[in-house]
Design a protein around this ligand. Structure first.
Ligand code: NAD
Length: 365
């Protein structure tokens, strides 16, 4: 057997440890069936890390993450650390990880699980919705300088700066083009080229890359039009690529289409194979410790880890298929509508594992 792949696990706060531990169980069983060695090493991050060490991510945590094949992340934050004046905040740990690992593309797949379609705020047949939003993660308005609030004789003023280099735009668009080629070969490049200089540069780069990828059908969409089309014709999208702030807003809009936050995974990728995988939901302090959190977003994030960091497409599909199957069979945690059998966190993962054992993994022993 090849050398085992090291997975750095960062469960974090609130329900993070509850859902992450179930994703590990799923990875363990898939690894066993597929004959792939996986080793897990846990590091502290977020609020619990602040309590232990005074910082939201330790240097050894980052070092370990860098040496791993992938990072499986839970969630960080909670009321205990919710002081806006605090010098260190739990999310600093996640930001430091993204920066330290060079992760510049955040991928959020949006699919509608058939039986959950009724819980979507959208009307009509949305069963064919299947797209990925790729959000640029390290530039734009969130990181541009200057960024400050100051006093002036006529009152306080504030400034944020939206800045992008051509290199930053090109690398995230290339991630989008690669994904489009693995999917339905459609890419929507989303910008605000009619108003913003960064938007014009974005469009120029996207136009140049489109010529290199003649097999991909490219359209340029203004961000306001994209927001509208996400709720009127989400079926039309395949891969959407956009800058940081637009992506933050559009991904939350897209997240509700599927009907439940507890079902939405994400992957953050850089230039190599190392990626960070996490559910899009937060630490859900209101339900932490009750054993009722939905583990499926964490489990689906583990499927993305298998696909993008370990290159195990068949194993990833098996996990996704198992999740589909348990939803089809009517199993529901309290956050998802409908269904015939309400289960807790561990029972839901048990059900997924049992389907995986029945299915086996293509190519596995
Ligand atoms: P949240 O996603 O934690 O919770 C929103 C609602 O959804 C809550 O009612 C919660 O119970 C429910 N929910 C979320 N995930 C669920 C799951 N897996 N199963 C069942 N129900 C689920 O968002 P919030 O309440 O705005 O934030 C709580 C904390 O999480 C805050 O400190 C916030 O800063 C943090 N947060 C962290 C991340 C992250 O780590 N990436 C992301 C978002 C929010």
């Amino acid at each position: 057997m090849a050398r085992p792949a090291h997975i750095c696990v960062m469960p974090g706060d609130g329900i993070g440890p509850e859902v992450t531990s179930q994703a590990i169980r799923v990875l363990e069983i898939v690894g066993k069936i597929a004959g792939v060695g996986l080793e897990f090493h846990t590091e502290t991050v977020g609020g619990c890390c602040i309590d232990e060490t005074g910082t939201a991510l330790t240097p050894s945590g980052l070092r370990h993450a860098k040496r791993s094949a992938a990072v499986l992340f839970g969630a960080v934050g909670g009321p205990k650390w919710d002081d806006p004046t605090a010098s260190v905040r739990p999310e600093d740990g996640l930001l430091a990880l993204r920066k330290g690992l060079g992760l510049f593309a955040n991928l959020r797949p949006v699919q509608v699980f058939g039986p959950l379609a009724a819980a979507s705020p959208l009307k009509g047949d949305i069963s064919s919705v299947d797209f990925i939003v790729v959000r640029e993660l390290t530039g734009g308005l969130y990181f541009g300088k200057p960024k400050r609030v100051w006093d002036t004789p006529s009152g306080r003023r504030a400034v944020d700066t939206c800045a992008y280099s051509e290199v930053e735009i090109e690398r995230v668009l290339r991630t989008g083009f690669t994904l489009a080629r693995q999917r339905r070969s459609k890419l929507a490049s989303v910008d605000k080229a009619n108003v913003l200089a960064t938007g014009r540069l974005w469009r120029q780069v996207a136009t140049r890359l489109a010529r290199e990828h003649a097999d991909v059908q490219v359209e340029h969409v203004l961000v306001d039009t994209c927001a509208m089309r996400l709720v009127t014709r989400p079926q039309d999208f395949d891969v959407i690529v956009t800058e940081n702030t637009f992506g933050d807003i559009l991904t939350d809009e897209a997240a509700v289409i599927g009907g439940s936050m507890g079902m939405m995974p994400s992957a953050s990728l850089g230039a190599g194979r190392l990626g960070l995988y996490e559910p899009i939901h937060g630490s859900a302090p209101d339900i932490a410790g009750k054993g009722i959190a939905n583990p499926l977003a964490a489990i689906l994030s583990a499927a993305l880890l298998l696909r993008y960091s370990l290159g195990l497409e068949a194993a990833a599909r098996t996990v996704e298929h198992a999740v589909d199957t348990v939803i089809d069979r009517g199993l529901r945690t309290a956050d998802i509508a409908g269904g015939s059998k309400f289960v807790g966190t561990v029972e839901m993962a048990d059900a997924v594992i049992s389907v995986i054992k029945d299915l086996g993994v293509e190519g596995g022993p």
